[in-house]
Structure formats: structure tokens, C-alpha cells
Design a protein around this ligand. Sequence first.
Ligand SMILES: Nc1ncnc2c1ncn2[C@@H]1O[C@H](COP(=O)(O)OP(=O)(O)OP(=O)(O)O)[C@@H](O)[C@H]1O
Length: 791
Amino acid sequence: MYTLRVYSQEAVMLELKDIKKTYRVGDIETKALDGINLSFRDKEFVAILGTSGSGKTTCLNMIGGLDHYDSGDLIIKGKSTKAFKEYEWDAYRNNSVGFVFQSYNLISHISIVANVEMGMTLSGVSKQAKRQKALDILEKVGLKEHLHKKPNQLSGGQMQRVAIARALANDPEILLCDEPTGALDSTTSVQIMDLIKGVSKDRLVIMVTHNPQLAKTYADRIIRFSDGKIIDDTNPYGAPPQPEYFHLKKTGMSFLTALNLSFRNLWTKKGRTFLTALASSIGIIGIAVILSLSTGFRSEIDEFQFDAMAEFPIIISQETQQMNANDLNNMTLEIRDRIYGTPAASTADEIVIVDSSKNVITHKNDLSQEFIDYLENVSPDIVGSIGYTRVVQMNLLRKTEDKYLPITLSNGPPSGNMTSSSSVGLSSFPSAVSGNNSYLADNYELLNGDYPLQLTDVVLVLNNQNQIEKGTLGALGFAVEGSDRIAFSAVVGTEYRVIHNNDFYTKTSFGTYLPANDYEKNYTSEQGFTIRISGVVRPKAGTSMSMLASGIAYDDQLSQKVIDNAMDSDIVIAQRDADYNVLSREKIDANTKELLLAYLGGDPSPYMVMVFPKDFDAKDEVINYIEQYNVGKAEEDVITFTDLAGTLSSLTKGIMDGITLVLIAFAAISLVVSMIMISIITYTSVLERTKEIGILKALGARKKDITRVFDAETFILGVFSGVLGVMVAWSCTFPINQAIHESTGLTNASHLRLDHAVLLVILSTVITVLGGHIPARLASQKDAVEALRTE
Ligand SMILES: Nc1ncnc2c1ncn2[C@@H]1O[C@H](COP(=O)(O)OP(=O)(O)OP(=O)(O)O)[C@@H](O)[C@H]1O
């Protein structure tokens, strides 16, 4: 099925019905159009003549949809425009009307081809099609030779040809020309008029002119205006009523087009754009520098922790002090008092007794064999070695040429009056979970002799200057008086006899025990055994973990052997049963008794355990492993531990976070300042580009499109200033690193992370677009006619 449409030879294109338009400026009213009734054929060349101010331009703008009438009706192809929406006017201007102005009104910062393409761009014609169309039409208007030029490189006549090409590019049915030859010489005017005349063959051309001669020569119909009224029409058209045949294609500019337009505009003022971007990037530079410093410092700290704290042990001690909630509360109050001043003095007239020990719960870890076995079962992948500290005392005798020397080695807490013998540095080295004594070989270099080959081999530990305390060496029975050096050979090979408790202590008639002084008998007693200094060691260069105190270091199994021997000794049995110190008969409490028993070798459990994680990352797994042991245990049976490295790192992290936050807050202020600046700059740009706004509107751009053009401009500025800021901040990291390196020795204290850089560019873009959006909205509200009038 098909419909046959019958057109009369002349169809009516436009009808103006009693159009009125009044301008009000203050109290003065100007009737620009005072009841205009006109009909236009779809193909004719109409010239409008009239004195200045008679309303010609107003009428043309009304017909073109640039300005709107107060009353009456404009009927386009049979459709009333009374209820036209804004988008309909936009579409009408874009697809149905072409404008040619006296002052050409080309957009100066884009090429003439792009000027011609603009209307098609707004109506969404494909890139290739619109380029072809623009080239064809420019060739038709005689500008083939000038395609590569910018508008301001053309003569007036050539510019008007571009304007005509632009007006015709979208194949409008109506061409509106407002004094198109007003600025041209007579020869050029004739060429332009010939061009327009040619165009009028297949469309309606309405031309406002002051030149009656031109009108007479070229126009098919001349309408005269005076004081907003028609006083003459040479070829009026009384059109019969017509069915509506109006249809529109919506217009719209893509963001990409807006970007392109704005980019070219910014490109024409590169210097200013650069300065603007630089100024608005200051906030970004600030934040980026702060972020890179905080990142750099943090990674330096992490690296330090990795190096230095990787081997920091997790310490599990028999006694751990813990603060309870009450104590924490008191601490908070105390800090508050420090800040806000001490509270008012008490009014009590008595002494107030406080017991701060009530605020501390002392948790006792039961380092039972069960726990030790659990611990030793840990995967060697996460734990390197485990070290034990035991309170047990070793009763030693050394035989020199002429006498026997009693030596008491202890690594327990200060022993007070438990014994009168001098005690020296003594520690057992951690044993590797995997079995061999790698701790000693890994962390200590051998100066002389051998690393321990058997259980009874011990080593003498010096510091890295080969020094050892005179007292320590003296206590080990070496001749230290009168000399400040001693040969390795004088030490290596030295033997000591470990004396059994039963030989070492004799029971007095009071029921107490005293160290025996029959050294020779003790030295040769079968119950003892011999230990030997097999070598001299000192910490290796570069190891941060030289845990051993200067003095004698030995395998933990040696102390276990001593404990095994002492377990059933008389003094231990006696001490176990007594509620007093069997050495001094002093009354003691339960805790001291336990300590004393351990000291005498009556307690198989260690005083303290140190677990050395394999590396920094494994530490959390180790903690997890220990906590796994606690699952399901009653509160008093759980094992608590101290993670010094963890406490330290969370402390430094907290401080760094705090400092970074404060600094970023400051930098954010400069971001706000740059946002305000961008608003002002965009507003200036809006003022500068007012004419362009008018042109775009005449070509059918929607308000949205205008906003888009300016949003695009601030978008480009935002991205540019963000990238610029990030680049400047990145370049700053080098001198900053140099300076920090010189003063602190840190090598990479400032480091800008890629994800931070990207985030900052996004932040800069968002803030800039936000800052420019209000001026952009203002631009879109501009009145098209007024915008076109601005110079
Ligand atoms: N935006 C405006 N605000 C106030 N008055 C206006 C405005 N636009 C036009 N007018 C007035 O309306 C009347 C008609 O103006 P218009 O520009 O249509 O005349 P014209 O016939 O085109 O004159 P010319 O030939 O000098 O261009 C004039 O008196 C003018 O001052």
C-alpha cells in the first residue's frame, strides 16, 4: 500500500500570523514587530527592505527560531510553533534553517572546513559524510583553493562564502540572510548575490537588505517594513490551508566533538592555558609530594622493619604484664588531664590510699612441656629457630695450675642474696627448628677454634670489636689483671667441670644448704661432667640479631642436662618441701620459691621462649600458630606473647598516617583555591566565547551542547593540570630524595606511586570540571541573539 501525496505547484513553507514582539528596556517599550502577517512559498527569493530599526532583523530572527514572538503564531509547514519545546526550536534551527550574517560569524579557532561541518556535527552526520559534504559545498562556493585556511586568513567575500557554505551544509529548506553583502564591496557583493540567487532555486531565501537596487535585481518578491509593520509586498502569497508536513531530526553534540572544539580553542591560547593549568595544579603538586613522601618513608620503614625486625623474636615469657580496660581508662584520663590541665585539688582532709597494682593483671603463662612440644612442631617454613632462657644456675669449677676456681654462671633474673659467687653473661643460643645449629653459624663468625661440635662444647662470645668485659673474663677464671689483651689460644680449649648439686651444696646442722668448699673432691666427683670452650665467636657484620650477651653461649640441651641432673638433688627436694629459702632460711612467698627452685634446677620449664620467624611476612603466621594453641583454653591457661616488632610497626604506621592526613588536609585547601580559580577562568572564557555560543545556537546547538563545550574545556584543563601536577611532583622526588639522602642516609624517601598519580589526575579533573560547571551552565543560558550581537 502506498500513499500518493499531491503538492500544489507552490507549497507554503512559512506563515506568520499576527506576530507581535515588544522589547522593554527599563520603562521604554519598543514595538519591534507589530502584527506581522506573511506567507512564504517553499521556493522564492524574498528581500526585506526598510528603514533602520523597522524590525527587519527581529522578524528574520523570529523566522529562524533564534528569537521568540510575544503573540501570534509562526506556522512551519503547517505546524503551529505555539507549543514548541526548546529542543524542537533547536532541531528546527539545525535542520531547516541556514543563517548568513553581515559579519560572517565564523568560529575563528577552527578551520573553515570544521566551520562548515559544525551544523552537520550537531545533527550527528558521520565523520566521512560530513567531510565530503563540506568539501563539495566549499568547492561549489568557490573556495577550493582555500580549504586549509583559518577564517581570519580569508577576505571578507571569502568569509561570507564560508558562511553561506555553512548555512547550506545541512540542506536547509530556508536560508535567512541578514545583510549578507553589507560589509562587502560592490563587485564581491554581486558575486555573493549570484551565489544566493542560485541557491534560491530550490529553497526559500529571505534576505534583509538596505540596498533596494540589489533587492530589485535579485529578489522575486520585495517586502517593505516600517515601524514593525509591513507597508508593501510585491508578490504576496495567499496560501490555502495546508495539511501539516513538518518533521524534525533531533540534534546533539557528542562529548568528543565538544572536546575537539574546546581543545582547538585552548590550543589557540597555549600560553594562557599552560599558566592556568600550572596554577591550578599547585594543589595536586602539594598532595602528590606529600603522598610520595609518606609512601617513600613508609616503604623505607617497612624495609627497615623487614631487615631489622624480621628477626625480632616473638617473646613468650612466664610472666606477662597486661593492662586491663580500667587501666586504659585511667591512662586516657591522665592524658586528658595533661592536655586540659590537672583536675581541681582534692578537698579531702585525709590521706587517700590507691593500689595501682590492682589495675594490672599479671598473667602467668604455663610454659608446659605440652606447649613446648606444640611450639617445636611448627613448620620450619615459618620459624627459623626457637631460643629458650632458663633460670638454672650452673655450678662450675675450673682447675688452674695451682688452684680450683668456683664459677657460677647464671642468665636468670638478678639473684640477690641467693649466692655470693659472681655470675657472668650466660646464654643459650636458639636452636634451629630444622635441626642443625644454624643460628650460631648464620649470625656469628668464628674467630678461633670450632663451632660447638657436641652438647658440652660452648663458645665465648665477643662484640664486633673483639671486646669483652674484664669482670666476665675474670669470672671465667682468666688472668685479667695487668694486661688488656689475651690470646684466643689462652681461651679455646679451656675446660670447666659442671658440679652436681649434691656435691656443690652441703647440708648444715640448721637444715640449710651452703656451697661446699672442698673443690678438689668436687672437681673429680663422678657425678659431674666437663664442658669445653670450643671456639671464640663475634657477631657477623650486617646481622641485626646478635641476641647473645657477651660471655659463654651454649646449646639449650646443655641446660636441660643440668636440670635433669639437678631435678632429684637433695637441695631441690628440700626446697620443694620448704616454705623458706633453704640457702638462707629466709621466709619466701610462692613466686620467689618457684624462681628459687628454677634457679637450683628444679623446674624443667623455661623462663622465657623466643620464637624467631623465618621472615617478616611469616610473623603473622607464627602468631596465628600460637593463637591456634589457645583455642578452647580457659582464660588462665592461654599463652600470651609480646610481639615487639608488631607493636613498633603499628606505632610508626599510626604516626605516619596521622602526619600524612594533616598534611593532605593542608594541601586540600590549595585544591579548593584552584577550584575557585578554575571557575573564574571558565567564566572569563564564557565571556570571551559569547559570540561562539551565539553561533552554535544559530546552528541548532542545545543548551546541553553549550554546557558540554565548556565542560569539555574544563575537562581538558583538569586532566592537563593533573598530569602537569603529577609530573612536577614526580620530578620533585629526585631533588627531595637527594636532600633526604644527604641528611639522613635514606635512599628512596620520596616515591610517587602510579595508582596515586592516576587518582590525583582523576581528582584534579573532577574538581576542575565541578569548578567550571556553573559558569558552563551560565553560558548555556545566554540569549542567542544577544550573544551574536556581542563583539
Ligand atoms: N534586544 C533588544 N532589546 C531592546 N530593543 C531591541 C532589541 N533588539 C531590537 N530592539 C529594537 O527593536 C527595533 C527593531 O530592531 P531591528 O534590529 O529588528 O531593526 P532593523 O530593521 O533590523 O534595523 P537595522 O536595519 O538597523 O538593522 C529597534 O528599535 C531596536 O532598537
